[in-house]
Design a protein around this ligand. Sequence first.
Ligand code: NAD
Length: 467
Amino acid sequence: MQQAHDGLFIDGKWSPAAAGEWIDVVDPASEQVIGRVPAGDGRDVDAAVRAARAALPGWAATAPAERAAVLAAARDLMAERKEEIAATVTAELGSPLRFSAAVHAALPITVMGTYADLAAEFAFEERIGNSRVFQEPVGVVGAITPWNYPLHQIVAKVAPALAAGCTVVLKPAEDTPLVAQLFAEVLEAAGVPAGVFNLVTGLGPVAGQALAEHPDVDMVSFTGSTAVGRRIGAAAGGAVKRVALELGGKSANVILPGADLARAVNVGVANVFANSGQTCSAWTRMLVDAARYEEAVELAVAAAAKYVPGERLGPVVNAKQRERVRGYIRKGVAEGARLATGGPEAPEGLTTGYYVRPTVFADVEPGMVIAQEEIFGPVIVLIRYEDEEDALRIANGTVYGLAGAVWGADEEQAVAFARRMDTGQVDINGGRFNARAPFGGYKQSGVGRELGAHGLAEYLQTKSLQL
Ligand code: NAD
């Protein structure tokens, strides 16, 4: 792969990092170094925040239609470069090329398109009695993103921030910075003025922390682990600034009696094993009634067999994550869960690459560590329930509440069940993903919403003028 840049993108220019240090980018499938990016530090973050602050008044004053046109141009340029986007994500994340094209490239293009539309449609002003009420940009946004959906998570923050009239400093994940460089090129070519979007690659505890704690950043939008999110939330609270947190999940896939079991299990297993299990909203706990439990285990094992490592199932992102996932698999066995398929050993015949066997655990008790903590690998647990109340108690019985699924013979019954779940997004009987529907968590899965008009509102503050 040809790497385009060896700089940070600050104030419309590619410039070296102050410290002159670098981060290697590794292909998780080959374990080879495929590029390097500058390791920015507090000085670089400071320069980027200054550029974003200086650019704010001009960008905030543009007409929404002008911002909409720039975002539409960005969408078109991303669409022109979609094969390059897919190849870049495959190189640095390891996901199979087909998945990269269908999701890692296609989804952010769709999301960018929704914000091109929303910037034009959104009511930035309304009349309430004798008041004119304006929605104004929050200001300078510090965006910190993870590696699992590298471009999607960037676009889910940067597109609404720009649509709102905010300026941005982005600190992407250190494992997947190359697609962020490509995105900076796209925004520049789309006509985003210098300083409105800035990119500082670097390590989380260095560049990320400097951005999250910078006094001249008005809002921090973070996606990643709950541990880091908690610290960012605490720092934002201390400084009384806006914060949006998209954190972990342990979502329940609830299969009610009477549901189409084969479909629910197949879609459920695919939902977990997509992206090698590295999806915050993955339905990693499958809840099945006692009468059909063994049948569900058999179906899940058969579905898992289709995820051949090195083919349909890519590696996980790095050696540390692989060890973490394998540790959870060992923990599940030690806790007494039944390993229905998979396990902690390397997949047969794959000596290179950070691969993990697709793993299905049965006889899982709701309180087990593998049923409570986010594993972030190709591991699914099947939990037995006695009746609907028991299923609800189990579904709601974690600290998380990001997503979920409910399958039932009757849509109204499934909707009624979903309304009682402590979770931000639930798919009913395989309902399709909606890029305009708000996405985000209840409980410790986060604060705030991304996507659609709700995602745009995160980057706005309200002013009332009484006439
Ligand atoms: P992480 O939270 O460490 O990293 C996410 C982002 O935060 C990265 O850009 C990182 O550089 C930055 N960061 C790290 N430490 C920071 C700090 N002190 N201050 C500011 N920024 C900081 O997550 P990870 O190591 O990439 O993944 C670990 C776990 O997080 C995963 O196993 C998974 O459970 C979870 N995760 C969740 C999501 C999600 O979408 N909810 C995404 C990725 C990872």
